[in-house]
Design a protein around this ligand. Structure first.
Ligand code: C2E
Ligand code: MG
Ligand code: MG
Ligand code: MG
Length: 280
């Protein structure tokens, strides 16, 4: 009797585990088909100059609309894509699509795109980027790649080499979500990064937490001493903007100046500057 109920409990747990695993396999299969089925698109969030409040560029952010699932947020599917090896193909699609978009915009407008730790370690990445740049006739300095501190958790030998080859294409490399990672800041002196992006969590709470202001001040100082520019992310209010401008941030990104926009809406923002329309 006791043996039977014991088995029942084991069965209960294992069937729950099994269905979790099945969900995961289904998500993985859906993800595997998503590139070919054209279920991804990019949205574009404006970046403005802190000095002039004028548009200087956008960050491209991926969106997945699955016919049955609907909208699946990147924070949900990107970790799955990374664990299953699908991130490389998805990431290549992002690089190509980003170059296709920025090619239609006038020269000072830049486009930032996010690069997964799984991509930055690939020795083929500089070739993938350089091929996309030439396919769409975009100079390297029109795009910048955003990576997070997570890339330094493993062995950074190959990563540094890949990053140097990317910089040689004229491509900028920004350190995203700066301050939220766990790695040492020793790698900053390797002259690889052209920009630090201060994570929105510091920015949004700076009004109520003086220690956040101290952190932001020291990030700005650090950036300046290495000749990097600084972007404040997550700027939602006029007060956030004024504070980040006074603290010395160069560019500002956040809902105050615009949520991520469709290509058409982003294009409307730049069209006054003489942008062409996206072909194809
Ligand atoms: P991230 O690169 O740090 O992007 C900024 C995130 O903050 C975006 O979320 C953006 O919509 C959101 N955000 C921007 N301004 C504000 C604001 O004022 N307030 C608030 N509350 N949020 C704001 P999203 O699009 O959901 O992307 C989440 C993360 O997913 C990104 O963080 C990035 O790490 C990753 N991701 C997105 N697209 C890609 C991609 O194409 N490739 C890779 N590898 N990762 C991506
Ligand atoms: Mg980013
Ligand atoms: Mg960020
Ligand atoms: Mg982030």
């Amino acid at each position: 009797q006791a043996k039977d109920s014991g088995r029942g409990v084991a069965r209960y747990f294992s069937s729950e585990l099994q269905s979790e695993q099945e969900d995961r396999v289904r998500l993985e299969n859906d993800l595997r088909q998503a590139v070919a089925a054209k279920q991804f698109h990019l949205v574009f969030q404006p970046l403005v100059s802190a000095k002039t409040q004028k548009l200087v560029g956008f960050e491209a952010l991926i969106r997945w609309n699955h016919p049955q699932r609907g909208f699946v947020p990147p924070n949900v599917f990107i970790p799955v894509a990374e664990e299953t090896g699908l991130m490389v193909a998805i990431g290549e699609w992002v690089i190509d699509e980003a170059c296709r978009a920025v090619a239609t915009w006038p020269d000072p407008i830049t486009l930032a795109l996010n690069i997964s730790p799984k991509q930055i370690v690939l020795p083929s990445l500089p070739n993938v980027v350089s091929e996309a740049l030439s396919r769409w006739k975009v100079p390297g300095n029109r795009i910048e790649l955003e990576v997070t501190e997570g890339i330094f958790l493993g062995d950074n030998g190959p990563t540094l080499d890949v990053m140097k080859r990317l910089r040689a294409l004229g491509v900028g490399i920004a350190l995203d979500d700066f301050g939220t990672g766990y790695s040492s800041i020793g790698y900053l002196n390797k002259a690889i990064f052209h920009k630090l992006k201060i994570d929105g969590s510091f920015v949004r709470e700076a009004g109520s937490r003086p220690e956040n202001v101290a952190i932001i001040k020291s990030i700005v100082q650090l950036a300046k001493s290495f000749r990097m520019s600084v972007t404040a992310e997550g700027v939602e209010t006029a007060e956030d903007f004024e504070r980040m401008r006074e603290l010395g941030c160069d560019t500002i990104q956040g809902y105050l100046f615009g949520k991520p926009l469709s290509y058409e809406r982003a294009n409307q923002m730049v069209v006054g500057l003489g942008a062409k329309r996206l072909a194809g």
